[in-house]
Each structure stands twice: as structure tokens, then as C-alpha cells.
Design a protein around this ligand. Structure first.
Ligand code: SF4
Length: 210
């Protein structure tokens, strides 16, 4: 387990990061168009990590991850209330990009900033060796945490969740769809997710929080 003082240093370094504003990977034209506000919950004791994509505007403004309808759905999937969810001794929450990336031309959130994971992610994961289960949400988290075990589509990757757990990877990884309302249709079409995966997830979470 990493010393809490070392983690606090890491948290401060991340909070001060301005790479995407000052040294964007693809040159000045791809500079982050607003002041970076990294949002990540890094823990010395949580056994569960939620690996998402990147904060949206609301999280950028509040600094609180998953403080929206998606978060409510994620908490119901996990079977936990807000108090447990925001207890950093219980859950670490580290997206693939720590800062709100802005919008594309159609008004949709851009992908996580490409600078973030190469610079920070291995260091963050190394600082949390106690993590036993990573809940991977979205293609960018799946690509990093499942490294070659992800399938061609999100549905195929989540469908194969048991194989991922049996692969012996440490920490274990469990792929999830994004809990956004945009995936309500997907949830209806894939009833196995609520009937088979969620009961397992809730049992595993309960065990890891006990
Ligand atoms: S997205 Fe990551 S790399 Fe970019 S400024 Fe924020 S913390 Fe730094």
C-alpha cells in the first residue's frame, strides 16, 4: 500500500497539471480551450477502481465525478448509496482523461485527452497496488486496462465479461457500458446485462466493501 503522504503529493501534482493547455500533444492548435480542472479520486485503501472516460462539463464545474443521472444509474448497478460511492476509502474513481475535453462540432463530448493516460495512468495505478477490481467503462478504459482482451465492439466486450474475470489478470477487470441515458436502448436489448452481470457485480462489490 502506498504511503498516504506520497499519494497526497501525487494528487497535488495532478491538480497542478496543465499539459493540455501548455503543451498539447498535437500542437498549439489542439490546446485545451479552457482552464484544466483534473478530477480523479486516488485512494490508498479502496479495493475497487472505477475507470471511466473523462469528466463532462457538469463534473468540470463541480469537481465531483458521476454527480448526475449517469452516476445514479452506476450507483444502482453497484448497489451502493452516494455516501459509500464518494468514500475514497471504498472507491477510487480515475477516468482516462482527468479534465473535461470540450465539445466536438456536433456538441458531443470529445474523447479523453490523449496526453493524459500516457503521462499519468501507470503512475496512478502503481500508486494503488491494493486495487482488486477495475470497472472499465468505455472503449478507452477497455483498451488500456484490458490491453488486447477487448473485443470488436462494446457489446462483445461486455458480453465476454466472465472470460475477462477468468483470465487471471490482476487486478481483475469487469467491462461495463456507460451508464448514460444514451445506453437505455442498449440495456433493453441486452437483458442479460441486468439479469446476469449486475447480480455478480453487486455481490462482488459487497464482498470488497466488507
Ligand atoms: S487531461 Fe490530464 S494531461 Fe491534460 S491537463 Fe488534464 S490532467 Fe493534465
Amino acid at each position: 500500500m502506498t504511503d498516504e503522504a506520497e499519494l497526497e503529493t501525487l494528487r497535488r501534482e495532478i491538480a497542478a497539471c496543465r499539459i493540455c493547455r501548455d503543451a498539447p500533444a498535437k500542437g498549439p492548435v489542439h490546446r485545451l480551450p479552457h482552464e484544466p480542472r483534473p478530477v480523479a479520486v486516488i485512494s490508498s485503501s479502496a479495493r475497487i477502481l472505477i475507470a471511466g472516460q473523462a469528466p463532462g462539463l457538469r463534473v468540470h464545474e463541480s469537481g465531483l465525478p458521476f454527480d448526475d443521472a449517469s452516476g445514479d444509474r452506476l450507483r444502482s448497478w453497484l448497489g451502493v448509496d452516494r455516501v459509500s460511492f464518494y468514500d475514497r476509502n471504498r472507491f477510487a474513481i480515475v477516468p482516462m482523461g482527468f479534465c473535461f475535453p470540450g465539445y466536438d462540432g456536433k456538441g458531443a463530448d470529445l474523447p479523453p485527452r490523449r496526453e493524459c493516460a500516457p503521462f499519468w495512468r501507470q503512475r496512478v495505478m502503481s500508486a494503488m497496488p491494493q486495487i482488486e477490481l477495475v470497472l472499465v467503462i468505455g472503449q478507452y478504459a477497455q483498451a488500456w486496462h484490458m490491453a488486447g482482451e477487448e473485443r470488436g465492439t462494446m457489446t462483445e466486450t461486455v458480453w465476454a465479461w466472465r472470460e475477462g474475470l477468468l483470465s487471471g489478470r490482476s487486478p481483475a477487470v469487469l467491462p461495463l457500458p456507460h451508464p448514460s441515458w444514451r445506453n437505455s436502448g442498449w440495456l433493453k436489448r441486452n437483458s442479460w446485462f441486468e439479469q446476469e452481470l449486475l447480480p455478480y457485480l453487486q455481490e462482488r462489490v459487497k464482498m470488497l466493501l466488507s
